[in-house]
Ligand binder design. Structure first.
Ligand code: FAD
Ligand code: FES
Length: 270
């Protein structure tokens, strides 16, 4: 079940930045959310248009970073809800936020080096996880993959962190040519990375990417933690709309309360 009690707050919009076309970074102020959110947990935002003619929708987003009483979200504008949200976010305005929700990453696994794998906008929750580990002084390797170089944003921020950073693109337009799993295997082979079993591994990205990494981990007698982005209606375990199949037993998990983070051995990645 949900790790911590969640709060419904009116969070003030502190700042909004378009990191690249239709990728928005917003900083919101709420002590309850900023202080209580663990890496991998999420919030839902109530989205309504100006005349409130659109039925109230809540949309889920990862918390990407926290500082003092402020927390950050980063999102892709992909449809109606995120399109309206983009217009709603104006500095000084208050928006309705519910969180923190769900179970985040298990960051307390044994002290191996941390290997963080992000595909596309999957970098959003990974960023908060990176913040957690770097603030603790853990050794972090981040591999971020995109279809092409236009998928990257804020790359200077990641280059400024005290981490080992690798980037990959399917078309080779930036960094390694290939997907996240291809670069992972190649860098292990080149001795730039350790053997897969020497890492605690955390993966967020499109389903096929997480599935490929999870299958590789299984092949190597290892596992990873994956964060699922199953579409959600309520986000709090009521509507049953976010069910995902369990792996080695019958039944389903609810992504919103049992996840969104799962051990790759326990869940069928959609
Ligand atoms: C726990 C969780 C955390 C998330 N964190 C982030 C985040 O940090 N940044 C971010 O950009 N997005 C995140 N998402 C996805 C985000 O919630 C959806 O993109 C958003 O709800 C789409 O709303 P919409 O009304 O704009 O799109 P819709 O009109 O509902 O859909 C537009 C298109 O997007 C697809 N879509 C809708 N929801 C999802 C989804 N969950 N995953 C993949 N495709 C989807 C639809 O199939 C459709 O093709 C997260 C989702 C979950 C469940
Ligand atoms: S979104 Fe309603 S139960 Fe998970």
């Amino acid at each position: 079940m949900t790790e911590s009690k969640y709060h419904e707050v009116q969070a003030e919009v502190v700042s909004v930045k378009e990191l690249k076309h239709n990728v928005i970074e917003a900083v919101l102020r709420s002590k309850e959310i900023a202080k209580n959110t663990k890496p991998g947990q999420f919030i839902t935002i109530q989205v309504t248009n100006k005349d409130e003619s659109v039925p109230v929708l809540r949309r889920p987003f990862a918390v990407s970073y926290t500082k003092g009483d402020d927390f950050q979200i980063i999102f892709d504008v992909v449809g109606r809800g995120t399109d309206i949200l983009k217009d709603m976010l104006k500095a000084g305005k208050k928006i309705n936020v519910l969180g923190p929700l769900g179970n985040g990453f298990n960051t307390k696994v044994n002290g191996k080096e941390k290997l963080l794998l992000a595909g596309g906008i999957g970098i959003a929750p990974i960023k908060k996880l990176m913040q957690h580990f770097t603030e603790k002084g853990d050794q972090v390797t981040l591999i971020w993959g995109n279809r092409d170089k236009s998928g990257f944003f804020d790359i200077d921020f990641f280059m400024d962190q005290n981490i080992k950073l690798f980037v990959a693109t399917d078309d080779g337009s930036l960094g390694f040519e290939g997907n996240v799993l291809d670069i992972l295997k190649a860098e292990i082979k080149n001795n730039n990375l350790k053997k897969i079993n020497d890492y605690n591994i955390y993966v967020v990205g499109p389903g096929p990417m997480m599935k490929a990494v999870a299958d590789y981990c299984t092949e190597m007698d290892h596992y990873c933690q994956v964060s699922l982005e199953t579409p959600m209606a309520c986000g709090i375990g009521v509507c049953q709309g976010c069910a995902v199949k369990k792996k080695k037993e019958d039944g389903y998990f609810l992504t919103c309360v049992d996840g969104p983070v799962f051990n790759s051995c326990s869940v069928e990645i959609p």
